[in-house]
Design a protein around this ligand. Sequence first.
Ligand SMILES: C[S@@+](CC[C@H](N)C(=O)[O-])C[C@H]1O[C@@H](n2cnc3c(N)ncnc32)[C@H](O)[C@@H]1O
Length: 537
Amino acid sequence: MLVSLAKDCHNPSMRENATQDSIDAVRLDASRQLDPERKSEFGQFMTPAAIAAFMASLFSATTRTIHLLDAGAGVGSLTNAFLTRFQDSTASVEAWEIDPVLKMVLADTLASHARAGLASTIHNSDFIEDAAWNISMGGGVRFTHAILNPPYRKIKSDSKHRYLLRDVGVETVNLYTAFLALAILLMEEGGEIVAIVPRSFCNGTYYRPFREQLLRSCAIEHIHVFEARNKAFSDDDVLQENIVVKLKKAGAQGEVKVSESHDSTFGDYHERALPFGQIVKDGDAERFIHIPVLAYAGDGAHGLFSHSLKELGIEVCTGPVVDFRLREHCRAVPESGTVPLIYAHHFSDGKLVYPKAHKKPNAILLAEETRKWLMPNGFYVLTKRFSSKEERRRVVAFVIDPSELPAPFYGFENHLNVFHIAKHGMDRETARGLALFLNSTVVDSHFRIFSGHTQVNATDLRQMRYPGHEQLLELGRLVTAETHDQAAIDRLIKEVETRWQSTYSKGARLELFFHHQNISTLAPNALSARSPALGHS
Ligand SMILES: C[S@@+](CC[C@H](N)C(=O)[O-])C[C@H]1O[C@@H](n2cnc3c(N)ncnc32)[C@H](O)[C@@H]1O
């Protein structure tokens, strides 16, 4: 059955895009309703929204017309994430889903994206049959993008699928490699595929013909590993070890980005670029795909991304003062009875310049009506909520030092995020260490991957993980006037991290998790302002 949604495109305001939360609710609801036998037969394990958003963020930014393939689309979590990222592109989507119940939900998901410039087609049919037919007829659609979480099931040697695949030169033993192989054949040159698949194809003699096809036709650009075996699909209790791969059809094979996270929160995400020779060894007839994982301390007790803010007892909120709501209490310059009202522009080169001649006020009256929006004197860490695309770093942090700003209270304007402890300040070293960490390239890389837009929301900061308190203190103690310089910040972070590693690592964990020389190669594709943010509410 074919359901074309293009006709709905004239009235985009009728529907709202499925958000991460809503698509996850749909996914869990659909998953509960599926017949367990059918679920296993068709490999109906759906992708959590956070992973889908991560996958969508891996595609390169593009201005060209998109032809997207989602084969085995389920409720449409992947296409939803893709269309959320490429909201302004002219695009046509073709989704295959064999299950009639899931197809209905998928239709709703696609309909939620209906807009001018977007055409969607759902094929309620067998992708292997349709794709093999298209390919053998020498035509068929050539896609520019494919986003896949294919079904996983053995293909019997005498099955119809096996014959159909063989007809188009695909020799493989599992549905997931069959879907991936067909997707590769259906891609245009330069087309990008991002797929979440079991990692079993990377070795095993049965998968060798598939590996050969993959390596012959595509460049491997990125491999993401979930460190905990069952974390990617924890709702479905899937024990398969899954990886996300990004392939480029007919791409020139360069370095391969290898990233890891413990689970789908990506809170401890880290990555590095490796020479292809470390992934597929020269002269290896089996063409095994190695994924060198790091002896990473990020998930250990002493890593850079080891603690939640909650564990540190620190909170973050958006600056409580919305100036236009308190306009009559704001003052252009400080005067008797006022306290400082701090904006991002009060910081220049990391230093406080206060008061500052500006169209915005510098002070706010300390009065009964304003008191609840103010915070008492102390050390606070502030970050800008909005940065321009041109800005070097996404996260820009400053320390409010009460010795530079003597006043009983401060007003922090709403375009800032404020790190505080129970609405009070914190000790000097923690504040300095935290700001230094936030200003590091490691954190910047983290944000560029997970937050394609230029905003840094308190939610993002709340979800990120941080060094432990001892480490923050150590960083804070080492900060000097010169540590505003990016190289100096990164050097200090690396220095301290190296020390922790050698102090706390056991044997094999000595390898450093971050190679700073690779930092500049991180996620240029994730810079697009349209890339989805993981974990946003
Ligand atoms: C692993 S699930 C992934 C669903 C969705 N892509 C996601 O990420 O949430 C695979 C989907 O493929 C569908 N499927 C299985 N065999 C298929 C086939 N031969 N043709 C089309 N769809 C198929 C299943 O019904 C299931 O919804």
